[in-house]
Design a protein around this ligand. Structure first.
Ligand code: NAD
Length: 427
């Protein structure tokens, strides 16, 4: 059955939500405060990179199922469901800043249709659904928490084939109505109360961040002990209680969610006097990983007297153009002065660079004449780098592989040393 849906906020989550719901047959109007963004969306141009999203947006526009506007009230007035996909960045006090949600809900007060459901898809602290219900102040309108678990880089796939849908509501009928929107995705649906739904999202992210911190700690241990972290993780991966995915060591976690969400959870835990020491340590351990990689790169450039350092990868992961809280960008900020020339390449990142770092247009240009190369994002083109290309283009012979993409043994015949934390060099 087709429903009318308004989506407020057309960022990574909102645009994906709107485009995917329209592809499931619903009539969707997406609204954003950013006029330029809405104009380009109306022309079928999408302002972010997300695999498959541009096609869905163009299909939705062509079929008339998907609309874009800057007029919040018009978009929401007749909608049966209003999805809030608004930013909730870290506030000055560490809590999630809910001002965009406040602002929008206040504008909607008295202007939504009776019986409509406001759905909170943004990541928000516990009791936010109840706070929104108080702001709306209309007993005919329900507020449901429906946190989003999509991953940038596979957002469309994740939205249409989610591991689970979480619906938190004090009103079972409203909860059922929201759950029914996802029937086409055939995924398990967890129906619960709003506070539990809001907590699920924070603890999911805290768990994943902790898992990566744990793997990176193992990498640092392996470095000292002479073990190979990739072998250790492979050995762990077959245990279903541990789980194979997300056991990859790397430069540390980042992105638009884990840092701000762990911070918001810790601040909230502090306020309700229920400390989360494991999550606290996961954050501190992550900072240590970033520092460790900075040190490895800086020590190596010093050791070889590097004139040119090449950094490959700026985004926090492959498949996205997002650099929000990217470990690569944090590492680059700490590498000022590590070499007279710092050349960076990323196929998609949307970012300005610090003055001492130069962004170049191709991988080969970045590699050309480099004494040391540091790989910080797992883009497939970096995994496909061949030893003869490096031997031809580089002046030096050291690669710091922060993503464990290259097999060091293949590079030995070319005199190239591929170093990673916790992976012994086979020479
Ligand atoms: P984003 O910054 O990419 O997009 C937010 C959009 O909201 C922007 O287009 C902005 O212009 C718009 N906006 C801001 N204020 C507005 C207003 N008053 N009215 C209308 N539009 C307004 O954010 P995002 O990454 O899509 O994240 C949105 C929420 O979803 C956050 O709470 C985030 O934590 C959560 N989330 C994000 C992801 C992710 O991978 N990005 C995954 C799951 C959950």
């Amino acid at each position: 059955m087709s429903h009318s849906i308004a989506v407020v906020g057309t960022g990574y989550v909102g645009l994906t939500t709107g485009a995917c719901f329209s592809s499931l047959g619903h009539r969707v109007t997406c609204v954003d405060i950013d006029v330029a963004k809405v104009i380009s969306l109306l022309e079928g141009q999408i302002p972010i990179y997300e695999d498959g999203l541009a096609d869905l947006v163009r299909d939705g526009l062509a079929s008339g199922q998907l609309h874009f506007t800057t007029d919040l009230v018009e978009a929401c007035a007749e909608a049966e469901f209003i999805f809030l996909c608004l930013p909730t960045p870290a506030g000055a006090d560490g809590m999630a800043d809910l001002s965009a949600i406040h602002e929008v809900v206040l504008q909607l007060q008295g202007r939504v249709r009776a019986g409509s459901v406001i759905v909170n898809k943004s990541t928000v602290p516990v009791n936010s659904a109840r706070m929104v219900a108080e702001l709306v102040n209309d007993s005919s309108v329900s507020v449901v928490s429906n946190p989003e678990f999509l991953r940038e880089g596979s957002a469309v796939r994740d939205f249409l084939n989610p591991d689970r849908i979480v619906v938190g509501s004090d009103d079972p009928v409203a909860g059922e109505r929201v759950a029914s929107l996802y029937l086409g995705t055939r995924s398990p649906i967890v129906v619960t109360d709003p506070v539990s739904a809001e907590s699920i999202k924070y603890f999911a992210n805290a768990f994943l961040a902790t898992k990566i911190s744990f793997v990176n700690e193992a990498a640092r241990f392996c470095d000292a002990a002479g073990a190979n972290v990739l072998e250790v993780m492979r050995g762990l991966s077959f245990d279903p209680r541990i789980g194979g995915p997300f056991l990859n060591p790397g430069p540390g976690w980042g992105g638009s969610c884990f840092p701000k969400d762990t911070q918001a959870l810790l601040t909230l835990a502090d306020r309700i006097e229920s400390p989360l020491p494991i999550v606290e340590q996961a954050v501190s351990s992550n900072n240590q990983q970033i520092e460790r990689l900075v040190r490895l790169i800086a020590d190596t450039t010093l050791e070889v007297g590097a004139r040119k350092l090449c950094v490959l990868g700026l985004t926090f992961k492959a498949g996205t153009d997002d650099v929000r809280d990217s470990p690569a960008m944090q590492i680059i900020k700490k590498l000022e002065g590590a070499a007279p020339e710092l050349a960076c390449y990323d196929p998609l990142a949307r970012t300005d660079m610090p003055t001492y770092a130069k962004r170049v247009d191709s991988m080969n240009e970045a590699l050309d004449g480099a004494d040391v190369v540091a790989i910080l994002t797992e883009w497939p083109e970096f995994a496909a780098i061949q030893p003869d290309l490096l031997a031809e283009l580089m002046r030096g012979r050291v690669v710091i592989d922060g993503r464990y993409l290259l097999d060091p043994a293949r590079f030995i015949p070319y005199g190239i040393k591929v170093r990673s934390i916790g992976r012994p060099i086979p020479y």
